[in-house]
Design a protein. Structure first.
Length: 202
């Protein structure tokens, strides 16, 4: 029975992966994999991460702050940028405005839970973009996003030269279902799944 199912999948272009399979996909520097640590909410946490990685002789390729840019002072963001640059590590900061931080309790209801961390209304879209622009002005070049509409707006702003061309956008797993067919059009640089397994931009 399983052989018939496998043949059906093969017709769809879905082939069985054998134990000796090795992916030919590589990152820009030729590496096969990346280590990313989420939940690095401030400079002290980033310092601790770097100290631990040195103690254990580990290479961390990316650190991601998830709570929100708006919770960090300018000096804290600048310090995180400097620490990441010195360690040759990517730094991604998350957009602060999101439904759970908003005044409405809609996101706490059964139906409203579908909103997730998305933005509610025009004003919150403006606040989110301002959050990103502040981080960019302080040297941040990686932004974690929770809203596909925000991704679209930021991508268009980047294309228009209103944001740096080297600004990268990292998508939370909740957006994968909605964006898997339109990531190139929407301008995403990577997808991420907690525990942060991410695909780089092709």
């Amino acid at each position: 029975m399983m052989d018939e199912t496998k043949k059906s999948l093969e017709k769809l272009g879905i082939n069985e992966i054998h134990d000796d399979y090795v992916s030919k996909k590589r990152f820009e520097d030729g590496g096969q994999y990346r280590f990313e640590v989420p939940g690095i909410q401030g400079p002290s946490a980033l310092e601790s991460l770097l100290e631990a990685s040195n103690d254990y002789d580990l290479t961390i390729h990316r650190a991601t702050q998830t709570k929100g840019i708006m919770f960090l002072l300018d000096d804290e963001i600048s310090k995180m940028v400097d620490l990441a640059q010195d360690a040759n590590m990517q730094l991604f900061l998350a957009v602060g405005p999101r439904a759970p931080y908003d005044t409405s309790a809609t996101v706490q209801t059964e139906e409203g839970k579908r909103i997730g961390y998305r933005l509610r209304g025009y004003n919150n879209l403006v606040y989110a973009i301002e959050d990103v622009k502040r981080a960019v002005d302080l040297g941040v070049r990686g932004i974690l996003l929770y809203d596909e509409g925000l991704l679209y707006a930021l991508s268009k702003m980047r294309d228009a030269g209103e944001l740096p061309k080297d600004l990268l956008f990292l998508l939370h797993k909740d957006l994968l279902l909605h964006l898997r067919r339109s990531s190139i059009r929407n301008g995403s640089s990577a997808w991420t799944v907690f525990l942060f397994f991410s695909w780089g931009r092709k």
